[in-house]
Design a protein. Sequence first.
Length: 154
Amino acid sequence: MVTEKDGFIPKKATADHPLYIEYGLSHLIWSNFKRELLRSSFNGREDLIRLGIIKYIFSDVNEALIRLSFISNGKEDILIKMLGSTSEQRVENIRRKIDSLLKQRVHNETDRASLEAMLRCCVMDSKNRTAQVPALPDAARRIIERYGLKYAED
């Protein structure tokens, strides 16, 4: 902007703070259990599975939580709309199935709780989706390998 009094006034810089979104646990669930979750849900769709994953991670599903998970990537508006037309019971059934699958695969409760806690701390900058922060901890990697889970770091 240019004014007589002040001359050229540059644009104000906008704050470019990162917006971190959940990544680690949703990535593990999607990578390992997507197929079983689709099979187990009557007329299941990937979007329903995404809502179930959000419910598992955050214990609830709403617009804010949908926007805070990588699993919603690019589908936020679709998931928000679907949330209004999907029964809570269907989403809860997916959440329970995730819990069951994780218990079957990581049968040691301490390992499972530790892995989930570490992966909940692995987030991603929604504006720069090049790497999770922090990188996958070695302790989490050892648990993943011990139980034969997949976790590709792209």
